[in-house]
Design a protein around this ligand. Structure first.
Ligand SMILES: NC(=O)c1ccc[n+]([C@@H]2O[C@H](COP(=O)([O-])OP(=O)(O)OC[C@H]3O[C@@H](n4cnc5c(N)ncnc54)[C@H](OP(=O)(O)O)[C@@H]3O)[C@@H](O)[C@H]2O)c1
Length: 226
């Protein structure tokens, strides 16, 4: 396992591929996971085409999790539990599993401007309930627009609230610095993920009302600089 590598499960989709492009551009090894090996390989090729010298490979999700100390879950909320269950035997203690999911009401056929309640409190806490003992779940990147991530020539102006246990949280906060314009904000314990996830539904409504298809971001004011 390469200690600098970042694995992205569902990295074939909008948000995961956006992060893959940005992390590869920053020079980090990236492993794109998919349920289908061919889709992962095609996504890896897309990153290589966009980022000269990118160190990226495509694997099926179960193999991808073995390749990196930090694994980002990038599948729609309704497929989160199945995805974690499918790879849980390949996760090892001390690996970090990043939850980026938002329980949008689209999961039950309703609108993306609302969320559904999750018994555990948030998508991130659902992931924590399903993850094997010793795996550290951290919540991050829910408020970042996929469209903006994929515009490599522009910074992504957005704060990223990162929640989880202090050590793993710090490691995920450091990932934000790899993407120009992203600023990590210390979001405290994982239980705060519920607030962050809810903001995404609000942002989707703002995108519609203000006609910003590229995606609105968030900034906190008054924080001392790091
Ligand atoms: N899009 C955004 O702007 C945005 C912003 C903030 C947060 N997010 C969050 O990021 C996550 C990914 O969003 P996205 O827009 O990238 O989603 P997406 O493009 O709809 O799907 C991402 C990937 O999920 C996998 N997937 C699809 N159906 C599945 C199933 N039945 N079981 C398991 N995996 C399945 C697919 O990968 P394979 O078919 O290759 O396995 C797909 O490429 C979501 O939780 C979303 O809430 C998205």
């Amino acid at each position: 396992m390469d200690s600098k590598a970042i694995a992205i499960l569902g990295g074939t989709g909008d948000q995961g591929l956006g992060l893959a492009l940005r992390f590869a551009k920053a020079g980090r090894p990236v492993v794109i996971g998919s349920r289908k090996l061919e889709r992962a390989q095609a996504a890896a090729e897309e990153v290589r085409q966009a980022v000269a010298g990118a160190h990226v490979e495509g694997l099926d999700n179960a193999d991808a999790v073995r390749r990196a100390p930090i694994v980002i879950l990038s599948v729609p909320f309704e497929h989160t539990a199945a995805t974690v269950k499918a790879v849980r035997d390949n996760l090892a203690p001390e690996q970090i599993l990043v939850s980026m999911g938002v329980p949008l009401a689209t999961a039950v056929g309703d609108a993306a401007v609302r969320t559904v309640g999750v018994w555990q409190g948030s998508c991130a806490e659902l992931v924590a309930a399903l993850a094997p003992d010793g795996v550290e779940v951290v919540s991050a990147f829910q408020n970042v627009s996929a469209h903006r991530l994929r515009e490599l020539e522009h910074p992504v102006e957005c704060d990223v609230v990162v929640s989880g246990s202090p050590g793993p949280r710090k490691l995920v906060m450091a990932l934000c610095a790899l993407v120009p314009g992203l600023r990590a904000v210390d979001g405290g314990p994982l239980g705060n993920a519920r607030f962050v996830e809810g903001i995404t539904a609000l942002l989707i409504g703002l995108n519609v009302r203000y006609k910003v298809p590229e995606g609105v971001g968030i900034r906190f004011t008054g924080l001392p600089s790091a």
